[in-house]
Design a protein. Structure first.
Length: 205
């Protein structure tokens, strides 16, 4: 899903640079604990959006002051409410929030799990019914994610079974196998086996 999400981000970022949109991007990275939970998501979006808007910065400054000028950490709920407040501000350019790789947020521990908490936030943002707010989620087709997003009238674009997507993956793997210094020395049969196995396990991603 990387190529399509990169294209979306590049297009919206170009709009941002021209003053036509505000952009908040968050990648759920399984290697970074802060990028797998609500606090990291809300904090990142707040900082990005407030950096692009002075009026947004004022609302974030009020949150900072309310917590003894940063001597106390705001709760997750306070961060979310601050995010909602800035999104509700009228008269702004379209706001795009992109959450990339949602499936990398764990769904195996906690009640609710970290993924469920983020899905709840997405639902709350959608239910704000803000015409200027646009949300894009990229993810593997996990059942729980599909079940949560489908009722929200998300437009779904499935790439994992598309021939073009699969061929791009095969081409990428072949490129790596044929250019890597160590792999260059492998037998042709071994290279073909690597390409075949990795392509079949990629699941369109």
């Amino acid at each position: 899903m990387g190529s399509i999400s990169s294209t979306i981000i590049d297009d919206i970022d170009d709009m941002r640079r021209r003053g036509l949109a505000l952009l908040g991007f968050f990648y759920c990275d399984f290697r970074d604990d802060d990028k797998k939970k609500l606090r990291g998501l809300a904090s990142s979006l707040l900082l990005q959006l407030c950096h692009q808007s002075k009026s947004y910065s004022t609302i974030l400054s009020d949150l900072y002051s309310a917590h003894d000028d940063g001597s106390r950490e705001p709760s997750d709920k306070a961060l979310v409410e601050c995010l909602k407040s800035i999104l509700k501000q009228p008269g702004h350019a379209p706001v795009y929030i992109i959450i990339d790789g949602l499936d990398e947020c764990p769904n195996t521990s906690g009640m609710p799990s970290r993924r469920e908490v983020i899905l709840t936030l997405i639902e709350e943002l959608v239910n704000l019914d803000l015409q200027h707010l646009h949300i894009c989620i990229t993810s593997r087709p996990e059942v729980d994610i599909a079940n949560a997003l489908t009722p929200l009238l998300f437009r779904t674009v499935a790439l994992h079974n598309e021939k073009g997507q699969k061929q791009d993956i095969v081409d990428y793997i072949k490129s790596v196998v044929n250019t890597d210094v160590r792999m260059k020395r492998w037998r042709a049969a071994d290279k073909e086996l690597v390409v075949e196995v990795l392509s079949s396990k990629a699941d369109g991603m």
